[in-house]
Design a protein around this ligand. Structure first.
Ligand code: KIV
Ligand code: NA
Length: 265
């Protein structure tokens, strides 16, 4: 795929090719992520945590999400760019949801948006889709509702919540969403959902039976170091590596080792 589209993702599912997705929030990181061949870049509202230092994803604003998305769009040659529609910019009514989605698409140049929830936001999803904006769903642990759950533990372990999730996935497919993220639910349930819908299901903490995987880039690189859920595989320990490099720089400056003869004019 020279350029990944929502159609390519469905092709990948049909051919059994797993979909790789990662977050990015700025130009430099997005450039690396795109060049490395990641299929989908999510400008996640996890920017609220990893970029802005908030405890939850609730405080980030639509303007801030558009700023992050705009920076990412400038970096990309191949990946499909999906942007989280932030808390407070789509729940009031479908018109507000559509206005927010349009702002993201128009001002950033991204390719799709992602919303958290199922039946309860059905009318908003419909309205956005009717405007021709591709929508990715997000079920299971939905961080924008964290104060309703009270904890970040595994969702849908009980039959009732699992049934509701399955119905919501079917609903999102029927409405015309192009993919669904499933966060932190039992692997068996996630696999069942992935097999029950024709659109790609992308998991985070949802096991290997789904059509793709997503992680927060700061977690994969080990920039965040106090977040250790079971589902996270760290590919680097950048927190340590960067700390070492920066510590070396400080000591080089203090010791008058930097700059040396060759490093000046
Ligand atoms: O904001 C985010 O990073 C996300 C992914 C974890 C799916 O929504
Ligand atoms: Na998110």
């Amino acid at each position: 795929y020279k350029r990944v589209t929502v159609k390519s993702l469905i092709d990948m599912k049909n051919h059994g090719e797993r979909i790789s997705m990662l977050t990015a929030y700025d130009y430099s990181m997005a450039k690396i992520v795109d060049s490395a061949g990641v299929d989908v870049i999510l400008v996640g509202d996890s920017a609220s945590n990893v970029m802005a230092g908030h405890e939850t994803t609730l405080p980030i604003t639509l303007d801030q999400m558009i700023y992050h998305a705009t920076s990412v769009v400038r970096a990309i040659d191949r990946a499909l760019i999906v942007v989280d529609i932030p808390f407070g910019s789509y729940q009031a009514d479908p018109k507000e949801a559509l206005r927010s989605a349009i702002r993201i698409m128009k001002e950033s140049g991204a390719h799709a948006i992602k919303v958290e929830g199922g039946a309860e936001i059905k009318d908003s999803i419909k309205r956005i889709l009717k405007a021709g904006i591709p929508v990715m769903g997000h079920l299971g642990l939905t961080p924008q509702s964290i104060y309703k759950f009270g904890t970040y533990t595994v969702r849908a372990k009980e039959a009732e919540e699992a049934e509701r999730l399955k119905e919501d996935a079917k609903l999102l497919e029927r409405l015309g969403c192009f993919a669904i993220v499933l966060e932190k639910i039992p692997a068996a349930l996630a696999k069942e959902v992935a097999e029950s819908v024709s659109i790609p299901v992308i998991g985070i903490g949802a096991g290997g039976g789904v059509d793709g995987q997503v992680l927060v880039i700061h977690d994969l690189l080990g920039i965040t170091h106090q977040f250790n859920p079971r589902f996270l595989r760290r590919y680097m320990n950048l927190y340590e590596e960067m700390g070492k490099a920066i510590g070396q720089y400080v000591s080089d400056v203090k010791e008058r080792d930097f700059p040396n003869e060759q490093e000046q004019y």
